[in-house]
Every structure is written in structure tokens, then in C-alpha cells.
Design a protein around this ligand. Structure first.
Ligand code: GBH
Length: 496
């Protein structure tokens, strides 16, 4: 508590000594200005902000079903039925987006809002009208729309057939994506396919903490990974074949990555652990060889055989899919929040069936010497972002990186100095990386405004704007961090 307070106070006055004393903030290196063409934006997702859960013909997503069925699994017992009502109040969102002065706005389309059952043969015109309106108004105001096709809004009707555990999802997703390109691709030029495969697959199909609540660690999560990668890869190929010539858009797969530091300072440990943390999603898409990282393939197979199984728990992608997936992104979309420390797992087999680090054979811990956000998993480690960007530069041929999420949670309030420090330090990390040759072209932090934080309900706030939840028009008001970020957007300079 005291160190946090000290940190905030020192941060406010920007003293150099504090950097060394706490060893959590980042040191500026090189040019203090962002490149001229560097873009700043802000992000959100449909289920978290739209509300209007059953309005105008919308179908249900698994998150609506989950929050209705198990309110006791949501920290404050709440749900997103109304949330901050962006379906009704998009004009208020537009106003704050303009006020913030962003170059782009990342939002997602709720699949069941436009295709209530998931299948594209039944469409909901009012949902389509809504997204057309959002896109048109953004463009009319000089804000580029960046659209996530799927931020976990799985139609309940498709989950009945297993969602991402059934390969049927590949063609369902492909149909959905094709309709999105037809409907919006004339105006949307940056697409993100499936948000955070690791989170989606681990929480949904591994440890079961999120819908569809399947508890099958080391099996269900891997199955989900393969289907996510195939759906993503197939979507990319379909776009290049049918739409690219006319629409000229670009597509990425948004990956959430914790940068990992070895407690023993062992670079081999980091290389291996990063293959599990990041390579599972990124290696099949961004490496020259494609497929899962060799270490991952080898270790999971070895463990699976040792368990007496006939084959690896990680399904093989095979030649055809490996080549479809390889190179299926025009840039790397990165969601970075924090870094972790790793150390080798001592005993070979862990008794806890929910323990999902068995295959990687590392255990993780937090940087507890650094300040913690309201979220238990979120520590202030901006150096991790700089090091992650350099890792990407070296590992994946300096592919273009867009930061599509990065954010800090607190319990609320307008005087959010820690959020300012967090974004300032992470932008500095990006700048350091750029000064060191990394190809980072945009920053789109989380989040435009406070919203429904999944199992944390409304208890954790990530927004630049607060929302008055008890007033009929849910006014959005800027926090101190909004004023700070606004200056960055206008000046592209951290020292204003
Ligand atoms: C983002 O994921 C999401 O994309 C975004 O929708 C969300 O609002 C934002 O996080 C903030 O929560 O509870 O200890 O099991 C970031 C990656 C991975 C961070 C899962 C939280 C849960 C850890 N997330 N993790 S724990």
C-alpha cells in the first residue's frame, strides 16, 4: 500500500531516482517522440459494453447464458444485460472518442446480434444497421474502425454443437467472416479474427472458468487451439482469394501474451516457456516453418505417451492446415498487460487436474515487488512489453506489431494517477522498442470506458472514462487519464 502511494507520488513528479528505487518503471532510451505515422487508438468489446442483450431480434451468446445461469460466479452477481448501453448510446461513445482524439477505435461485433443462431441463413437486419451506423459515424469523424470479429460472443446455438471443440466451427466461422467482409469490408480495412486464443481456449475448454465451462486441461484447450487456428487461417485465405483485390484490408490474430522472466536468469528456460505461452498461438502463424513449436510438439507427445495414451493430447495440424495457417496474418496484434516469473516445476506430475503448466514444466509467479492493479493477475511491469517486442522482432522476422490491448484496473474514481503511470510507462516501453528497431505501428489500450469485466462484473475498472451507471443516460465522464491520453494523441510525445 505504502509503496504504491510512494510510487504514485514519485511518478507524478517524474523523479529519476524513483526508477531505480522501485525498479518497476521504465527508463527512456533514445528518441522521445513517436514516429509521425504511429497511430493511437482505444479498444472495447461488444458483450462488455453494448447491453441490449435481447433487443431487436438479437440471439444469445454463451456469456449471456452463463451470467444468467450462474450469477454467483460473477464477483458482484451482476451481468451485462444493460451494461453501459453502447447499443442505445453509441452517440455518447462517439463523443468521447472524438474528445479523446484517437486515430482508431477497436470494437467487436456480437455474432448473435447479426446472426441470432450463428448460422448466416438467418440475419437480423437491425443488428446489421447498428454496426453500419457505428462504422459510418466513426469514418465521418476521421476515426478508423478496427473490428474484432469474435471477442468471445459465441452464439448459444453454435455452442450446442461444441463451439471451438468441434471442427464444425471452422466452416461456421468462415461463413460468418465472409458475411462480415460483404457487409462491412468496403469500409473496414483492419480486421482481427478471434480474440486471445489462449484465454478463450484455456478458460473455456481447459480450466473451465469461463463459458462453455469445459474442464479438460491439456486436452480441450489444445483441441480448441487447433480449431481457432484453422478458422483464422481459413478466413485469411478466403479474404485474400475473394475480397482482397477490391477491399485491400488487412487481417491479424490478437494474441494475449505475458512476457516471462526466468528466476534463475536462464535463457533456455525463457525460450521454452515462451513457446508454450506464446508459440502455441504465434508459431503456426508467424514462424517460417509453421506448425506448433517443435519443443511443444515434443513435450506434449512425451507426456501423453507417458500417461499411457495412444497419441499426443495436442492434435497434429497436418500438412494442409499447417500451410493454410502459416503466414495467415498481415501483422501481429498484441494484447499485453503484465509479465511473470518462471521457475522449473520440481515434481514431474502434478496432482491438481486443473494445473495447466504440466506440459511446459514451469510454474509462474507474479512480480510482487511491483504495484498491483485491482485485478489479482495484473502487476505493473512495463519492461516486459519492451522485452516482448524485442522477442517478436528477433523471433518473427520483425513483423509489424499493433498493440491492440494494454490496460490497468482500479476500483474506480476520476483521479486515476496509477493508470496514467501505467500507460505512460508502457508507451515508453514501445518507444524504446521502436528506437531499437522494432516495427510497432500502433497503440490501442484497454479501454475506452469502464465496462462489464466478465467474472469480475463491474468491480474492476479499466476505462479512460467513467460511466454513471445509475443515471438514465449513463453519462461518460473523463478521468484524469483521459486528459493525459488526449495530450498524447495530439502531440505524439510523452513529455508534454
Ligand atoms: C483482456 O484479456 C480481454 O481481452 C478484455 O476483454 C478484458 O476486458 C481485459 O482482459 C481485462 O480483464 O483471473 O487469474 O485466472 C487479457 C488477458 C487473460 C487477463 C486471463 C486475465 C485471467 C487470470 N487476460 N487473465 S485469472
Amino acid at each position: 500500500m505504502w509503496s504504491l502511494l510512494l510510487f504514485v507520488i514519485i511518478g507524478l513528479f517524474g523523479s529519476e531516482i524513483s526508477v531505480d528505487a522501485l525498479n518497476c518503471t521504465i527508463r527512456p532510451k533514445g528518441n522521445p517522440k513517436f514516429p509521425k505515422n504511429f497511430k493511437f487508438g482505444v479498444a472495447s468489446s461488444a458483450f462488455q459494453i453494448e447491453g441490449a442483450w435481447n433487443a431487436d431480434g438479437k440471439g444469445l451468446s454463451v456469456w449471456e447464458e452463463f451470467t444468467h445461469k450462474y450469477p454467483d460466479l460473477i464477483k458482484d452477481g451482476s451481468n451485462a444485460d444493460d451494461s453501459v448501453e453502447s447499443y442505445r448510446l453509441f452517440d455518447s461513445d462517439l463523443k468521447i472518442l472524438k474528445d479523446l482524439g484517437v486515430d482508431h477505435y477497436r470494437f467487436s461485433i456480437a455474432w448473435p446480434r447479426i446472426f441470432p443462431t450463428g448460422s448466416v441463413h438467418l440475419r437480423n437486419q437491425k443488428g446489421i444497421d447498428y454496426y453500419n451506423d457505428v462504422i459510418d459515424k466513426l469514418l465521418a469523424n476521421g476515426i478508423e474502425p478496427i473490428v474484432t470479429m469474435f471477442h468471445w460472443e459465441m452464439p448459444v446455438e453454435l455452442q450446442k454443437f461444441g463451439g471451438f471443440s468441434n471442427s464444425l466451427i471452422i466452416e461456421q466461422f468462415l461463413d460468418y467472416a465472409e458475411e462480415l467482409f460483404k457487409l462491412f469490408g468496403d469500409r473496414v480495412k483492419t480486421w482481427l479474427t478471434i480474440n486471445e486464443p489462449k484465454e478463450l481456449c484455456k478458460a473455456g475448454y481447459g480450466n473451465g472458468r469461463s463459458p462453455p465451462s469445459i474442464v479438460a486441461p491439456g486436452v480441450g484447450d489444445y483441441l480448441c487451439f487447433t480449431n481457432v487456428l484453422k478458422a483464422h487461417g481459413a478466413t485469411y485465405r478466403m479474404y485474400r482469394e475473394k475480397f482482397y483485390e477490391k477491399q485491400r484490408g488487412r487481417i491479424g490474430l490478437p494474441c494475449n501474451v505475458n512476457y516471462l522472466y526466468s528466476k534463475a536468469n536462464n535463457t533456455d528456460e525463457v525460450a521454452k516457456a515462451m513457446d508454450f505461452e506464446f508459440g502455441l498461438m504465434a508459431h503456426p502463424v508467424y514462424s517460417k516453418t509453421g506448425d506448433f513449436p517443435p519443443t511443444v510438439l515434443k513435450d506434449v507427445e512425451k507426456n501423453s505417451l507417458a500417461e499411457g495414451r495412444k497419441r499426443s493430447r495436442l492434435p497434429r495440424l497436418g500438412k494442409y492446415w499447417t500451410s493454410v495457417i502459416k503466414g495467415s496474418s498481415d501483422f501481429l496484434a498484441l494484447n499485453y498487460y503484465t509479465a511473470l516469473q518462471i521457475e522449473p516445476l520440481a515434481g514431474q506430475v502434478n496432482a491438481d487436474p486443473l494445473f495447466d503448466d504440466k506440459d511446459s514444466s514451469f510454474v509462474t509467479s507474479m512480480f510482487e515487488n511491483c504495484p498491483r492493479a485491482a485485478s489479482v493477475w495484473l502487476y505493473f511491469v512495463p519492461q516486459g512489453l519492451e522485452d516482448l517486442l524485442k522477442y517478436i522482432r528477433d523471433k518473427f522476422d520483425n513483423i509489424e506489431v499493433k498493440i491492440t490491448e494494454n490496460g490497468w484496473s482500479d476500483a474506480g474514481g476520476r483521479d486515476d494517477y496509477m493508470r496514467i503511470e501505467y500507460h505512460k510507462n508502457h508507451m515508453q516501453a514501445i518507444l524504446n522498442a521502436i528506437n531499437d528497431g522494432c516495427n510497432v505501428t500502433s497503440y490501442g489500450p484497454w479501454s475506452l470506458m469502464d465496462s462489464f469485466e466478465f467474472t469480475m462484473g463491474y468491480t474492476e475498472k479499466f476505462g479512460f472514462y467513467a460511466v454513471n451507471m445509475t443515471s438514465p443516460n449513463k453519462e461518460r465522464t473523463p478521468k484524469k487519464s483521459a486528459e493525459y491520453y488526449k495530450k498524447i494523441n495530439y502531440e505524439k510525445d510523452l513529455y508534454v
